[in-house]
Ligand binder design. Sequence first.
Ligand code: 8IG
Length: 275
Amino acid sequence: MTDDAYGLAKQAGEAIRSATGVETHDVALVLGSGWASAADRIGTVQADVELSSLPGFPPPMVAGHRNLLRSVRAHGQNVLVFGGRSHLYEGHPASTVVHGVRSAAAAGCRTVILTNAAGGLNPAWPVGQLVLIADQLNLSGHNPMTGPPPPDDLPGRFCDLTDIYSPRLRELAHGIDGGLAEGVYAGVLGGSYETPAEIRMFAAMGAELVGMSTVLEAIAARHLGLEVLGLSLVTNLAAGLSPAPLAHDEVLEAAQNAETRVVDLISGLLAATAP
Ligand code: 8IG
């Protein structure tokens, strides 16, 4: 990634317009692990683009859907679906991690839905629990707003993170799915999972979810004035919390159960936010 991260995102935004043939996208949807199949069912595919063919996106670590950028028409909106994302633990700088969100903004998006799989710290949540991110702890040691200031046509050097996760979108989401929980997401650098002592520390700090993504993207999105919704699927209890290892079929059942709800939730949100 060059020093000119904003310029590169602008180029990628242009490349998205020409590669998809869609002049303006409205909503970006970033898929975390376990979220891929849901996204195939939210609307009509308009175009598929290889993510790594666009300016600023790194070559794929593994081949497959995670390298796919898909333009979907759903509920009167043009949705830009990112099949995968870059993580700090892969060795990417913060500017690369948030490049998708900035490119989506440059392609016209005013809303971003960030999804992830996460460890759960709330003992009341079973595996398969869907959780709206209410707020976050950026414990990654990185921030996408370090480095050269944004160009003059973009918002300035600092940005307010009060209501980083849109209260309006959370309210809409609760109205669509009454079974959604809410919690604070702790975003860590990763590589390793946590020790039980670290999980006790995060719990004392107010975290109910822990994962290795999302927090930098949410900061970059808010900076550019996007409305952000964060959704976590609890796929494991955080270290030290699980009394007994889960049976594999319980996990599969939980994931399957979540899939239909995820499609309904995202479809409902797209319908509710349509212009
Ligand atoms: I899925 O327990 C998933 N991602 N740091 N800790 C961290 N990331 C995660 C976890 C977890 N589960």
